[in-house]
Design a protein around this ligand. Structure first.
Ligand code: NTF
Length: 807
């Protein structure tokens, strides 16, 4: 994949002529972007088809990452970077009077995910390819991605995300690879001509799943994997079944929208259909491909690993069983044996409401064959346990797949796979000791930890070219391929020149963000202020409210004593709330009203500012993260499975202000106590409260005049325009006893914030801390995480290693 600047320019102009009969000067940004996309695509197309062919010819074992969400963001620059032609193209465009950055703006963020789970899947895709691993993604091509967030009078308003309006340059529709998926009807088993029992389907709806493939380019290694996203269509043969347009619509809507609830999933038929749709299509296409290898199906696990990303794709299990038994005549025992070896599962949350359960009636009606197989899986599991643990019927009741007329998807995933992992040490320990303890006792060897990671290419090389340059000049460029080499930076912790350069890079990123803030919100902010950032979904357990209470404290302190010594602070929020999550939306409204109050108060005179940026997404994250000084990771200990913005912020030199939750624990271990600010209850203390049931939030209020003043502000008109929301928040803390212990951790948080203030005042020391964070962020590289999945779960090897062995 090599190309000189002149070749590139020629190619671009040529294609522009072919496609639009235009010269550069006449083309719009959209037209130029489209043409640039096709140039880029043409450059990797050989490598893409070769990768497929090589895998097939070598009988290479491949992993398939099944995820109901992928959140890649914009792809133009990351493709250029990975192809090694980012600079060439940038320079070539500049010669032609075009700015690459401006063109890149044209691309719509591909936002087929809600937050951490989907973004992680995309970092993993990037890393799998960049590590030379044979692995592909499998998901849904939603017509509408995550809603666009607007604020109207401080309220969140959701607008549709029409990301496909101008087409999608990167995808390739693969009509010939379409498969059919059946829904509903009746299924019974009848003897076939060969004497085998086979299912007979009556009255089922047949839908066509058409794949759209997107290339996933490895970082400068000529490897191109595939992200396959499925879209629904009505097969021609079925046209007669659809009597009205509404009837058609109902089915075509199957892949129309991404469910915007990141955790709280209410039993909705469409969602169940979505889950089965992409799982069935994906597993069918894997088997079809596998059959081309001419290998028997009972060694499928030597060639295929399927990863179940959270429980949404757990139907992979019964679907694989169905195909092996119904379509290939395999016995139950053999099919089960292979399926367990092929499947592995990751749990991403312990929040009870996110542990998926489907009503038996719904499953039976919509996916009758799936239900039959699940019922049999459950029956056999119960039988086996009854033999092994006759004295413990409660254990069986607690762990079986079908309970109280509900199918427990996590149970299905654990019982029928060979690996269950959590996403940070603390989280995996909690799974073993508390949440999934029964299963851990049954299958201890299946449980393992794989701490999340991030793709340093997007979150440092692309998002922060300024810092990247300083790194290149200081420690050389090997960190770009081997993020662990960032460690070398530690040698410069006493080097004032390097510290100044880092500070300079940060400042310029802060200026860039300040301009964006001014342009989009009209609020003027000073790049001299501490940029204090909390960016993540809006959820009570993440405690954006704790942040807000502290802001109010600072506000009142300054009102009382305008001479109070304190660094200027800019509090930046970015967060979407699930449209049905009223409490989270009330918090958004409250933050926006507090922002208005403080930003416009002449007494404060800009010493504190609060900015809630609309429509937080991957692109905005790329702008905010490089500019952050403080990384707010303040969830109630035990609730955040891992977090990944914590890793991105650290990598960009922000100081983490955190509870000991999720991967924050490992961040502290990586940088040492001196380079992070930790506060609040530990997970153990939280569990002690649960055991003793003796938390009384109101005591904290009664005993603290500071808290009284702050909380009263929500209901006495001090914060304007939040009559209902203020009351709701006030009541959540006092009447409903503060589920996430905000008041319990408040004092500790205030002290931690005071510590931050003091540390920042000593700029030299702050720069040293920042350097230490960058230097130790290599530990959270998704490349390493993926290598561990590859070795310990999927048993796949990098292609190079594989070919070397063969050679
Ligand atoms: C999220 N889970 C967790 O809440 C985060 O802590 C974690 O970093 C990411 O997964 C990635 O592992 C979810 O989004 C979900 F869907 F499980 F709730």
């Amino acid at each position: 994949m090599e190309m000189t600047k002149e070749e590139f320019k020629k190619e671009l102009q040529q294609r522009l002529k072919e496609k639009y009969a235009m010269d550069i000067n006449d083309a719009s940004s959209q037209e130029l972007y489209n043409v640039l996309g096709s140039v880029v695509k043409a450059y990797y197309s050989d490598a893409w088809s070769n990768t497929w062919k090589d895998y097939l010819e070598d009988g290479q074992k491949q992993a398939y990452y099944f995820s109901i969400e992928f959140l890649p963001g914009k792809m133009l620059k990351s493709n250029l970077l990975n192809m090694g032609i980012l600079e060439t193209v940038e320079a070539g465009l500049a010669d032609l009077g075009v700015s690459l950055d401006e063109l890149a703006q044209v691309e719509q963020d591909m936002a087929l995910g809600n937050g951490g789970l989907g973004r992680l899947a995309s970092c993993f895709m990037d890393s799998i390819a960049s590590c030379g691993l044979p692995g592909n993604g499998n998901g849904i091509r939603y017509d509408y991605g995550l809603f666009k967030q607007r604020f109207v009078d401080g309220y969140q308003v959701e607008l549709p995300d029409e990301w496909l309006r101008n087409g999608n340059t990167w995808e390739v529709r693969k009509e010939s690879k379409a498969v059919d998926v059946l829904f509903g009807g009746n299924v019974y088993l009848a003897e076939d001509t060969d004497g085998q029992l086979r299912p007979v389907y009556e009255g089922a709806r047949r839908l066509r799943a058409v794949p759209y493939d997107t290339a996933v380019l490895g970082y400068q290694n000529h490897l191109v994997n595939t992200l396959r996203l499925w879209s629904v269509e009505i097969p021609e043969s079925e046209e007669d079944h659809y009597r009205s347009i509404e009837d058609r619509r109902a089915f075509e809507d199957l892949t129309a929208v991404l469910y915007p609830d990141d955790s709280n999933e209410r039993g909705r038929q469409t969602r169940l259909w979505q889950e089965y749709f992409f799982v069935s299509a994906g597993v069918q296409s894997i088997i079809r491909y596998y059959l081309r290898l001419n290998k028997p199906l009972d060694v499928l696990n030597e060639y295929v690993a399927i990863h179940i990303n959270d429980t949404h794709p757990a139907l992979c299990i019964p679907e694989m069983m169905r195909i092996l038994m119904d379509e290939h005549g395999m016995s139950w025992e053999k099919a089960f044996n292979v399926t367990v070896k092929v499947m592995s599962y990751t749990n991403h949350t312990i929040m009870a409401e996110a542990l998926e359960k489907w009503p038996v009636a719904l499953m039976k009606e919509n996916l009758p064959r799936m239900y039959q197989i699940i019922e049999e899986l459950d029956r056999r599991f119960v039988n086996e346990l009854t033999i092994c643990y006759p004295e413990n019927p409660e254990l069986i009741q607690r762990t079986r797949i079908i309970q109280n007329e509900q199918v427990h998807m996590a149970h299905l995933a654990i019982i029928c796979s060979h690996s269950t992992n959590g996403v940070a040490k603390l989280h995996s320990d909690l799974l073993k000791e508390v949440v999934l303890h029964d299963f851990y006792q049954l299958f201890p060897e299946r449980f393992n930890n794989k701490t999340n990671g991030i793709a340093q290419r997007r979150w440092l090389q692309l998002a922060n070219p300024k810092l990247s340059k300083v790194l290149d000049q200081t420690i050389g460029t090997t960190w770009r391929k081997t993020p662990g080499d960032l460690k070398l930076l530690q040698n410069y912790v006493e080097d004032q020149t390097v510290l100044d350069q880092l500070a300079e890079a940060k400042k310029s990123n802060k200026q860039r963000l300040a301009s964006y803030i001014e342009e989009t919100t009209g609020i003027t902010v000073s790049p001299e202020a501490i940029f204090d950032v909390q960016i993540k979904r809006l959820h009570a357990y993440k405690r954006q409210l704790l942040n807000l209470l502290h802001i109010l404290k600072l506000y009142f302190d300054l009102k009382d004593d305008p001479k109070k010594v304190q660094e200027s602070r800019l509090f930046i929020f970015g967060a979407k709330a699930a449209p049905s999550y009223t409490y989270a939306k009330s918090i958004i409204k409250a933050i926006n009203e507090v922002a208005n109050l403080i930003n416009n108060d002449p007494d404060i005179n800009g010493r504190i500012k609060v900015v809630f940026l609309e429509n937080y997404n991957v692109h905005l994250a790329e702008l905010i993260i490089p500019a952050a000084d403080v990384s707010e990771q303040i969830s109630l200990a035990s609730k955040e499975a891992s977090g990944t913005s914590n890793m991105k912020l650290m990598l960009n030199g922000a100081i983490t202000l955190a509870t000991l939750d999720g991967a924050n624990v490992e961040i502290r271990d990586a940088v040492g106590d001196d380079n992070v600010v930790i506060f609040g209850m530990t997970e153990r203390e939280v569990y002690q409260y649960y055991e003793r049931q003796d938390y009384v939030a109101k005591d904290y209020y009664d005993q603290s005049p500071v808290l009284q003043r702050i909380l009263n502000a929500f209901v006495d008109g001090t914060i304007p325009n939040i009559y209902f929301e203020g009351r709701e928040i006030f009541d959540s803390l006092l009447k409903h006893n503060d589920e996430y212990f905000v008041l319990r951790d408040f004092d500790a948080y205030v002290k931690a914030q005071e510590k931050i203030d003091g540390l920042y005042r000593d700029q030299h020391h702050w720069q040293q801390m920042s350097l230490m964070n960058i230097a130790n962020a290599g530990r959270f590289s998704a490349d390493d995480t993926m290598m561990r999945y590859a070795e310990e779960i999927w048993h796949i090897e990098p292609v190079e290693q594989y070919s070397k062995k063969k050679g």
